[in-house]
Write a protein that binds this ligand. Structure first.
Ligand SMILES: [Zn+2]
Length: 450
């Protein structure tokens, strides 16, 4: 959690005199529908988010003032009996200096004083347990927009394969909710952190966490981060919910290429896409510009990207089936927005159904999280050993060789000769047993150890 400061406003615990004044406004009080219960301040890498927790739906007006820079919000018909002045600690926010509130007739005025000129974006959120109605205010430093510069890959020959690991949801968006307060956003961040550690256990691989803490990121920002960091693969980690608590198992999705989507795929994609509403961009980012841009990108790179996404998905799936129950035995396709906005080979892993009480419990257990992470990492290694991006360390050492079986050969003997295990050869050639025939051609995988 990055919630560093929680201000509880004890509006009703003030002087008698103020209560008298309130009594004077009692007629207005009857009309007052909502109270402000809490102000929360979250810091994320891009913005300072101020969340006003309210007991009901509230309309508001917003304007800005300078010298000093202030963002002013008038909340219609919200009650308060005390004026409040709250300095904000340096550790809580780089931008925010002071939060003030004051009563104005029937309204409550909230003033956010900032240390510098800021961009302000605000929106209302409907109640989603455990939250009530909220007004969310994002403060961004007002500086020229950062140009997207794709970091030039280091000119050295043996760069690492970069895997961007995207833990779904975060912050105001808890994702799917399971029994006993289990939240998807927490479970998937835990799994993502473990996955990153697993991936980096092999030489030549680097894992990057897209979301590092409990804050919200729009889909576009997530894929932008991956692109800026030169990712070779984008892996989005989720744990979803379905209307029936009986459904369980993991599945893997790639972007739909216009082909048939399963009903479950469509259901889950809709759920995941809804979460962009939490960025405040609302329907614009889903139905408007973002989708057009996404379509263009998808059209342009469909062939290569889709092929690699499906290949990567298959590699991960075949490892995952040894670690957990599968919901679907093949890679599914669906219109997940986070996959649409990416021009990097991308897969989405549903690690299980948090709506299934048994699976929810397993998903929140460390052992199971490690097991899942190992399986996903192995699948990713498999994929890159077979499809190494040019210029990587993996490409320089993973060239496979073919070998024709001679009289007297055994699988373990061949393995010894090439320095790989007989298991690895069996796996690479999809052999069920250790029996080999003279003249048979085997692909010998050559993998970097450690
Ligand atoms: Zn999700």
């Amino acid at each position: 959690m990055v919630t560093r400061e929680v201000y509880r406003l004890a509006f009703w615990r003030s002087h008698k005199i103020k209560l008298l004044i309130l009594a004077f406004f009692s007629q207005a009080l009857i009309l007052q529908a909502a109270t402000l219960t809490k102000i929360r301040i979250h810091e994320n890498p891009e913005a300072t988010r101020v969340v006003l927790d309210l007991s009901g739906k509230v309309t508001y007006k917003y304007f800005r003032l300078t010298e000093p820079y202030r963002a002013v919000f008038d909340l219609k018909g919200v009650s308060a009996s005390a004026n409040l002045v709250m300095p904000v600690a340096e550790s809580s926010s780089k931008l925010l200096k002071l939060v003030r509130s004051g009563k104005r007739d029937n309204d409550l005025r909230i003033v956010l004083e900032t240390k510098q000129k800021t961009k302000v974006r605000s929106f209302s959120l409907q109640p989603i347990p455990p939250h009530t109605d909220r007004i969310v205010i994002d403060l961004y430093p007002d500086k020229p927009p950062k140009k997207i510069v794709v970091k030039e890959r280091k000119k050295i020959l043996r760069r690492d394969v970069v895997v961007a690991i995207d833990a779904g949801h975060g912050g105001e968006d808890p994702g799917a909710l399971g029994p006993r307060g289990i939240q998807e956003k927490q479970v998937v961040l835990q799994i993502s952190k473990k996955l990153r550690a697993e991936i980096e256990k092999k030489k030549g691989f680097k894992g990057l966490l897209v979301r590092k803490g409990d804050y919200y990121m729009a889909h576009r920002k997530r894929t932008e981060f991956a692109r800026e960091n030169g990712a070779d693969l984008f892996v989005s980690i989720h744990a979803d919910a379905f209307t029936s608590s009986k459904v369980s198992g993991a599945s893997i999705y790639t972007l739909s290429g216009g082909g048939a989507e399963s009903e479950m795929g469509r259901f889950l994609a809709n759920r995941a896409n809804e979460s962009d509403l939490f960025s405040g961009a609302g329907t614009i980012s889903i139905k408007g510009r973002a989708d057009d841009v996404a379509k263009t990108i998808v059209d342009m790179i469909m062939d290569g990207k889709t092929l690699f996404s499906v290949k990567a998905g298959n590699s991960v799936l075949s490892r995952l089936q040894r670690a957990t129950k599968l919901h679907k035995k093949q890679v599914e396709q669906a219109g997940f927005l986070v996959l649409k906005t990416s021009d990097i080979p991308s897969i989405l892993v549903e690690t299980g159904f948090i709506s299934n009480p048994k699976e929810a419990r397993r998903l929140s257990q460390k052992d199971h999280q490690v097991r899942l992470s190992r399986a996903i990492a192995s699948g990713i290694w498999d994929f890159f050993y077979e499809n190494p991006p040019p210029g990587t360390l993996v490409a320089s050492v993973s060239n496979e060789v073919t070998y024709q079986v001679q009289r007297g050969d055994t699988l373990s003997g061949i393995g010894q000769e090439f320095g790989v295990s007989s298991e690895a050869i069996k796996e690479r050639n999809a052999l069920r047993t250790s029996k080999i025939k003279i003249g048979q051609t085997l692909i010998i995988p050559r993998r970097i150890s450690s």
